[in-house]
Write a protein that binds this ligand. Structure first.
Ligand code: MG
Length: 299
């Protein structure tokens, strides 16, 4: 029997320090983050003889529980500065120079992040290729992609802002196309297009950043989005979005509602790519692909 997310949350809450401290440090943030969030679930699965990986919904529930958890022992908590150092080891260190922004640190091509992305893209290409051959649906096959830390890597901004975020300074990076492509994602998007998938983009960036966002994508090596295929978050929700506290929409409401709208236009979303669980939940997502992002959490 598979453990429910609640089982694993309870296990996590009883012994948070032990779970964290028992993690192997080899591999830095990759293993630490994976073990931190999913360690108890993996163990529980192994004990039950069930090797099903946790679903995206289960993974999201784990992170939500982590986020809400109040530690009882500050000495066994992972120190924030240590975690930041691990994140830096994960991304590695290369440089790039952009207008106005200047020279910044970007992820290195030999980093664990690059290696993990290559694996994810290899798997995604295999999936999309097989799904395309097997596809007999009525709708036109499509994929949906988030933008920040799914197609464009924002590590340079995260470092410059000392792991913080400010909309005004972030806009300087956006306005100067100062984000490199996420490793191997231009290749994946081309692969999908070559295999007959329509490409849709759904980002939480505001609609006022539409022109800059198109420039950011093309500067990083992506083809410009087709007309009507790029969705930025509107200040007032369009009629096809149904948000519980309208005019305010949660990320899940906005993104899943937009995917539902895309589906209503004669497409079938075969796969959905995002670095946040909120990019993937809520329906109409097809195959959900979670990309790594240990920098920040957006519920
Ligand atoms: Mg993102």
């Amino acid at each position: 029997m598979s453990p429910s997310p609640d089982d694993t949350v309870d296990a996590r809450r009883t012994e948070p320090g032990r779970l964290r401290r028992s993690l192997p440090l080899i591999g830095g943030a990759v293993l630490a983050t994976a073990g931190l969030v999913f360690g108890s679930l993996t163990v529980a699965n192994a004990q039950s003889g069930d090797h099903q990986p946790p679903s995206i919904g289960q993974q999201a529930a784990q992170v939500q529980a982590e986020d809400a958890y109040a530690p009882v022992n500050g000495n066994t908590e992972l120190n924030v500065n240590v975690l930041e150092d691990q994140v830096e080891h994960y991304y590695g260190s290369a440089t790039a120079t952009y207008p106005v922004v200047g020279t910044v640190t970007i992820p290195a091509a030999n980093s664990n992040y690059a290696k993990q992305m290559k694996q994810i893209v290899d798997n995604a290409e295999s999936y999309l290729s097989a799904a395309r051959h097997a596809y007999h649906g009525a709708g036109k096959p499509a994929i949906v992609l988030d933008i920040d830390d799914t197609l464009l890597n924002t590590y340079d901004y995260t470092l410059a802002s000392q792991f913080g975020y400010d909309a005004a300074t972030n806009a300087v990076w956006i306005d100067n196309a100062a984000f490199p492509a996420v490793f191997d994602m231009p290749q994946l998007v081309s692969f999908a297009a070559d295999h007959g998938y329509s490409i849709f983009f759904i980002t939480g960036r505001p609609q006022s950043q539409t022109a800059a966002t198109i420039t950011d994508l093309t500067s990083a090596g992506y083809a410009a989005p087709e007309s009507g295929h790029l969705f930025l978050k509107p200040s007032t929700p369009p009629s096809y979005l149904h948000c519980a506290k309208a005019p305010s929409c949660t990320t899940i409401e906005y993104k899943s509602g937009t995917r539902k709208y895309i589906s209503s236009q004669g497409y079938t979303v075969v796969a959905d790519f995002g670095d946040q669980y909120s990019d993937l939940l809520g329906g109409d997502a097809g195959h959900q692909v979670k990309l790594p992002n240990p920098m920040y959490y957006l519920p």
